[in-house]
Design a protein around this ligand. Structure first.
Ligand SMILES: Nc1ncnc2c1ncn2[C@@H]1O[C@H](COP(=O)(O)OP(=O)(O)O)[C@@H](O)[C@H]1O
Ligand SMILES: [Mg+2]
Length: 245
């Protein structure tokens, strides 16, 4: 369902993505691990065209875009296929939880307000926040804010949700509730690409692990293969130093 071919991205003379190739099937829960600066966030952001790649093609659910020949229309189409959940939630602080979820439904999808709100309430209920619809982010815990972020991602009915270290900014006490919501979404059949070093999620939920190192894919396999039988010495070093073995 997702095909990434020859993806390249530089910031100035910093070559961040060096020819990434990846095929992801519908329903896969792909976890991306790798050292800080490896290009994990950039890879997710290029899939949503938040960062514009220099070369390569991306296909998501039939929407294909060639970096060298992107049109406004193809960018819009590609963007409509995915939604992102950010490490620092990126909620609008001057909007309630419900308004954060309905914003794109009203502005981008042009749904009538009443319909958007009904949908928003359903989604907040799904992430366990039906009693927080009218609450502003600053009155929510980190875990609750991230669950609003997940409801907002679900709102646009994406084909794939891109999670960028969704629990790494959270106090430990809030991690489980976010993982529980992510696990439920995975069980419902959503395709997910998750940058995370949270081993509870990797071992229990993810179907595949990719180790990104210095802008390319070093290891790719089941969690068992990548964690127990990495093929590259650099991978062994990373896993050991990150305490992931
Ligand atoms: N907007 C940007 N401008 C300049 N450099 C960037 C930008 N975003 C990321 N980088 C650089 O790209 C490299 C990879 O960053 P990133 O994708 O955030 O890595 P990771 O998420 O794996 O830690 C880093 O060297 C980072 O400094
Ligand atoms: Mg990152």
């Amino acid at each position: 369902m997702i095909s990434i071919r020859g993806l390249e991205k530089s910031f100035g003379d910093n070559r961040v993505l060096r020819g990434v190739n990846l095929e992801i099937a519908k329903g896969e829960i792909l976890t991306i691990i790798g050292p800080s600066g490896a290009g994990k966030t950039t890879l997710l952001r290029t899939l949503n065209w938040l960062d514009v790649p220099d070369a390569g093609t991306i296909t998501i659910d039939g929407a294909t875009i060639d970096a060298t020949r992107a049109t406004k229309r193809s960018i819009k189409q590609l963007r409509s296929k995915s939604a992102m959940v950010f490490q620092h939630y990126n909620l609008f602080n001057n909007k309630t939880a419900l308004e954060n979820v309905t914003e794109s439904l009203i502005l981008v999808r042009k749904l009538p307000r009443a319909e958007a709100e009904a949908r928003g309430r359903q989604l907040l209920e799904r992430v366990g926040l039906s009693d927080k619809c009218d609450t502003y982010p600053s009155f929510l815990s980190g875990g609750q804010q991230q669950r609003v972020g997940i409801a907002r991602a679900l709102a646009v009915e994406p084909k794939v949700i891109l999670f960028d270290e969704p629990t790494s900014a959270l106090d430990p006490e809030w991690v489980n509730e976010v993982l529980a919501v992510m696990t439920e979404i995975a069980r419902d059949g959503m395709t997910m690409i998750v940058v995370s070093h949270e081993m509870r999620f990797v071992r229990n939920v993810s179907t595949r692990v990719v180790l990104l190192d210095d802008g390319h894919i070093l290891e790719d396999g089941t969690p068992e293969q990548v964690f127990q039988h990495p093929r590259h010495e650099r991978a062994v070093q990373f896993l050991r130093q990150a305490d992931l073995q």
